[in-house]
Write a protein that binds this ligand. Structure first.
Ligand code: IPM
Ligand code: MG
Length: 361
């Protein structure tokens, strides 16, 4: 019996997690696995219920789980709060507390969605890349940080800091991942300006010596952002720090057609995995049953692969998603501006994936 902790969070989080849970249960049953679910608040929902973005009880439940499935956090009601009390802090604390330093964000083009991107189909065909983002260090967590009044002026400060151990372990994840793919790593940095990036280049080169079968390229982050839209096919594994990975993974998502399609897995040394869509809480469409649940459903596929040792279930879930898209079903986010194809809602998309999985609702 594997324990799964559900953290639906805010905005569209509860809607997409509800659909992903149904798919998770059905695919687990098909492959003979039994799961036990618990649900807790995180983010704004936790601020409202418990006065803080995540409680120690929830962190404890996460540590006692095999895997955590998270929706999204944040929304306008909490935008006025200082960084330390915001919904996002709950997610950051969870990642840090579980030691989830390796964030895997695969972006590949679904053939049926070639027309859904704002980029030309011939640029996109065959795109299949994996962003390996460092998740528990860098400017997100560095000290000192904060705001102060200096000589009567408001000043704010953040610190980008990495040590060689943090760099080497995320580099190893990238090289190991590349071995299961096309054996190519692009390390993305800003070493022409930042000492942190210079250390990254040095340490990544050292780690690369242990992987002579994997090709390594160092790429400046600004030119990488450009190349991602110009020629995304050139990328296999993108290895990068926390902040650059945050930015580039949203860009990579649009290459695949919609932010509503990109799943993620966050892994560390403790053996617990956190699975979440890359998109945010989309408060403007929350509660309207129009959100795209596929990024969360595809995160469930990653959970089967990385936490539940059920690769066949991962294949089944991805196959079901492929089939539903191939049949022409679309949520609103998958249409181009001006396109008028009929769309379906979040729940209906979940129903169709379930149907394709071969299970009655
Ligand atoms: C992401 C999100 C988070 C991040 C936010 C919600 C804190 O943008 O997972 O990409 O910046 O890591
Ligand atoms: Mg982000």
């Amino acid at each position: 019996m594997d324990r799964i902790l559900l953290l639906p969070g805010d905005g569209i989080g509860p809607e997409v997690v509800a659909e992903a849970r149904r798919v998770l249960e059905a695919a687990a049953a098909q492959s003979g696995r039994s799961l036990a679910f618990e649900e807790r608040p995180i983010g704004g929902a936790s601020i409202e219920a418990c006065g803080e973005p995540i409680t120690s009880e929830v962190l404890e439940r996460a540590r006692a789980s095999r895997a955590v499935l998270l929706g999204a956090v944040g929304g306008p009601s909490w935008d006025h709060l200082p960084p330390d009390r915001r919904p996002e802090k709950g997610l950051l604390r969870l990642r840090k507390d579980l030691g989830l330093y390796a964030n895997l964000r695969p972006a590949s083009v679904f053939p049926a969605l070639l027309g859904a991107s704002t980029l030309r189909p011939e640029v996109l065909e065959g795109v299949d890349l994996l962003v390996v983002r460092e998740l528990t260090g860098g400017i997100y967590f560095g000290e000192p940080r904060g705001t102060a009044l200096v000589d009567g002026r408001r000043e704010a400060r953040n610190t980008m800091v990495y040590d060689e151990v943090e760099i080497a372990r995320i580099a190893r994840v990238a090289f190991e991942s590349a071995r299961g793919r096309r054996r190519h790593v692009t390390h993305v940095h800003k070493a022409n300006v930042l000492e942190v990036s210079q250390l990254f280049v040095t340490v990544v080169d050292e780690v690369a010596r242990g992987y002579p079968d994997v090709e390594l390229v160092h790429q400046l982050v600004d030119s990488c952002a450009m190349l991602l839209v110009r020629d995304p096919r050139r990328f296999d594994v993108i290895l990068t720090s926390n902040l650059f990975g945050d930015i580039l993974s949203d860009e990579a998502a649009m290459v695949t057609g919609s932010l509503g399609m990109l799943p993620s897995a966050s892994l560390g040394e403790g053996g617990i995995g956190l699975y979440e869509p890359v998109h945010g809480s989309a408060p403007d469409i929350a509660g309207k049953d129009v959100a795209n649940p596929l990024a969360t459903i595809l995160s469930v596929a990653m959970m089967f692969e990385h936490s539940l040792d059920a690769p066949e279930a991962a294949v089944a879930v991805r196959g079901a998603v492929d089939a539903v898209l191939a049949d022409g079903h679309r949520t609103e986010d998958l249409l181009l501006p001006g396109e008028t194809t009929e769309t379906i809602g979040c729940r209906a998309m979940g129903d169709l994936v379930l149907e394709r999985l071969g299970r009655a609702r």
